[in-house]
Design a protein around this ligand. Structure first.
Ligand code: PAF
Length: 285
């Protein structure tokens, strides 16, 4: 695996791959790689000629009081995981190679950031949009892989790529779950044993909403959300922030479920803020 800290070196490696006829797959990450990242890298290795990832804990997407300084950093383990999964290039920029402090020119995520995570984490998606624009500018024409676990981020990145005409095809990677249903996340390591045992309740509440739509044929979104809340509310260790049925493209909260919906949940379990989502498809009558 080639590891580089230099933005221009990374750009050259991606240019060289393309000039020798190989399609580039690129997965931006913040490191602390887990089974979800591993699956995404393997997916890229199956679909692309050259497989690159970046590891950068982006200060712009953390708010005051969030976990920027405590976010897990474990470069050696990450490099081993990335190589084993099939990554050939790992871009690990130093913070001052990415942004002047304070940053001057930034990207605004716009109205898609007004909902859900964006409302609770002001500035978060502007920080994501800014770093993703910069990383994609360095990677150049590529297939860029983003996890569905961060569904709002995925929707915003797709829109960013369209609106700014970036030469990139966005590929969504399915959420990878632990055997008890908890979505894999770097933040799961903040959970104590009891909190870890309680955390799959987020996924159960999504499944309750999905069952309401797909099996009980509920079309009133408020009723779907009640079913999700009933499950989430039964877990005392979870402080639920939202459980909603939303339009998968605009992220607006639905009043009627008459097409594919995205069910989204977020909440705190101990010191960890966890998010999850699933798709729900109403069945034909
Ligand atoms: O999903 C993440 O890990 C981050 O938000 C990303 C896309 C790498 C930007 O920092």
């Amino acid at each position: 695996v080639i590891v580089t800290e230099e933005p221009e070196h990374f750009r050259r490696l991606m240019d060289d791959a393309r000039s020798s006829g190989r399609a580039v797959g690129f997965h931006p990450t913040m490191g602390a790689l887990h089974g979800g990242h591993r699956a995404n890298i393997r997916q890229m290795a199956a679909e692309c000629g050259t497989v690159a990832i970046s590891i950068f804990v982006n200060p712009l997407q953390f708010g005051p009081g969030e976990d920027f300084s405590s976010y897990p950093r474990q470069l050696d383990a990450d490099l081993a995981t990335a190589e084993q999964a099939g990554a050939e290039v790992v871009f690990v920029p130093a913070p001052d190679a990415m942004f002047p402090s304070p940053p001057l020119v930034t990207v605004r995520a716009g109205a898609l950031a007004d909902h859900w995570e964006g409302r609770r984490r002001p500035g978060h998606f502007d920080g994501v949009a800014t770093v993703v624009t910069k990383l994609l500018a360095l990677a150049g024409p590529c297939h860029a892989y983003f996890g569905e676990k961060d569904y709002q981020q995925l929707v915003i990145v797709r829109r960013l790529v369209t609106d700014l005409s970036l030469p990139v095809v966005v590929v969504a990677c399915p959420t990878v779950r632990e055997t008890d249903g908890l979505a894999m996340s770097s933040r799961n390591r903040y959970l104590s044993e009891a909190e870890r045992a309680a955390s799959p309740v987020l996924y159960w509440s999504l499944l309750a909403g999905k069952r309401a739509i797909e099996e009980k044929r509920v079309t009133d979104a408020a009723r779907v959300e009640e079913e999700m809340l009933a499950v989430a509310g039964a877990e005392p260790l979870l402080q639920l922030e939202y459980a909603a049925a939303v339009d998968p493209a605009t992220l607006a909260q639905l009043s009627t479920v008459d097409g594919t919906a995205r069910l989204m949940v977020a909440g705190r379990v101990g010191g960890a803020r966890l998010i999850d989502n699933v798709s729900a498809e109403p069945q034909e009558a």
